[in-house]
Design a protein around this ligand. Structure first.
Ligand SMILES: C[S@@+](CC[C@H](N)C(=O)[O-])C[C@H]1O[C@@H](n2cnc3c(N)ncnc32)[C@H](O)[C@@H]1O
Length: 400
């Protein structure tokens, strides 16, 4: 979006055009654009309005009904914290009794909205000019929030008693995902701020290495509906649980925390392993990233199938928010021929393939199996003691 079209969008006629657009539909957007230009509207403004309409539709999954009155950039939306998670961040500041929070690198304002929505005073600082303008628009109904365009480390933080930062990763390429130096604002400089403002919260990518987490942090990996979204580092009064590692697993409206005893960089303990039992549990990704599979196995009275693979097996069913549970119906050595014969005998046409510790590509395997039956089945492909095995599974309900 060029700055001139963006400025036009913010005028009353531009805003009226955007708000008057029908719900975004990819199939008709081009015709709509042509029709609007034919009415004499500026082509740049029409393009900007249609882009916002498309981004608002996409943003509904993160911001719900608020999306329809917000503005975005594609990157800003991609990087924004979904509101349900942002509210959880914000609640830490509220619970710690803080009143004035600086959001350093506020993006389009996802986290700042949640902080100000809980009536905390917010200083939202953003280096990118257009993104800062968009945050100003998005925070317009929250008088507690002030947006400043500028560098995070040049902002006047007088009176601020809490700091939040969700630094952007400059690249999404492979190994650098783990590298703390790839973030902007700089993680090193953000961490230094806790000397003057101990209540510091940082949102980082879930690939952060345990060894990179400062000893005084509580590091919490967060998953929402099965996807690991982030690792948050909490310091000072924002970490009442004390330094360590935990997993926050959010499923729908429910949330549960599994925490370890130890420091953030304590080595990951390996659970004991043993034979396949009646049930199989697939730990949530946040539990795995936080290095808490052994804690989960202990809580479930279970053990691993293989010391290197995060499948927990138990002889009793244990309802848990931290793993998906299955009944093990069968188990045998993997061979394509044997698996195909097994599934055909049972008239299986639809196969859910789970895998851990094996290079099998589910799509390829599915086409090699050429299943045509009417029944459905779930299998887990894994290695036990180096040998490929198949476990045939039946999914347990949330209570199983
Ligand atoms: C991941 S985004 C923040 C998203 C935000 N938490 C949300 O929920 O919408 C990070 C932002 O930091 C900004 N940024 C990067 N370096 C900065 C700096 N030195 N000072 C201020 N902002 C900076 C980027 O422009 C980007 O918009």
């Amino acid at each position: 979006m060029d700055p001139e079209s963006f400025a036009q969008l913010l005028t009353p006629p531009g805003w009226a055009l955007l708000d008057g657009l029908p719900p975004y539909d990819e199939g008709t957007a081009m015709h709509l654009g042509e029709a609007l230009r034919a009415q004499g509207l500026d082509p740049g403004l029409v393009a900007a309005a249609l882009t916002q309409s498309r981004l608002r539709a996409r943003a509904t999954s993160k911001f719900g009904e608020f999306a329809s009155s917000m503005l975005f950039t594609p990157d800003g939306l991609e990087q924004a914290t979904r509101l349900s998670v942002a509210v959880r961040h914000a609640r830490r500041y509220l619970d710690a009794g803080l009143s004035y929070v600086a959001d350093l690198g506020c993006g389009i304002g996802g986290d700042a909205m949640a902080l100000a929505g809980l009536e905390l005073r917010v200083l939202a600082v953003e280096a990118d000019e257009m993104t800062a303008a968009i945050a100003t628009v998005n925070l317009r109904q929250l008088p507690e929030a002030e947006v400043r365009h500028g560098d995070a480390f040049e902002a006047d933080l007088s009176g601020v008693d809490g700091i939040w930062a969700d630094p952007a990763r400059r690249t999404s390429a492979g190994a650098r995902l783990r590298d703390l130096r790839s973030y902007s604002p700089s993680v090193e400089r953000l961490l230094a701020l806790r000397e003057s403002v101990p209540a510091l919260g940082l949102k980082l990518g879930p690939a952060i290495a345990h060894g990179d987490v400062p000893d005084d942090a509580h590091a919490q990996w967060v998953s929402v509906d099965g996807t690991v979204l982030e690792a948050d580092l909490w310091f000072g009064p924002l970490a009442p649980e004390g330094p360590g590692r935990s997993a926050l697993v959010v499923t729908g409206d429910d949330a549960a925390v599994l925490a370890q005893e130890g420091t953030p960089s304590s080595p990951v303990v390996t659970a004991p392993s043993g034979p396949v039992a009646e049930y199989l549990y697939e730990p949530d990704g946040a539990v795995i990233r936080a290095g808490l599979v052994a804690d989960l196995a202990r809580d479930l009275d279970g053990h691993l199938l293989d010391p290197r693979i995060a499948y927990v097996t138990t002889s009793l069913a244990h309802p848990t928010p931290f793993a998906h549970g299955f009944r093990v119906l069968d188990e045998f050595a993997f061979s394509l021929k044997r698996l195909r014969a097994y599934l055909r005998e049972r008239d299986v046409g639809t196969l859910e393939i789970k895998k851990r510790g094996t290079a099998v590509v589910p799509e390829q395997l599915r086409s090699q199996l050429q299943l045509r039956g009417r029944a459905s089945a779930t299998v887990a492909l894994t290695r036990i003691g180096g040998a490929p095995r198949v476990l045939v599974l039946e999914r347990l309900g949330r209570d199983g």
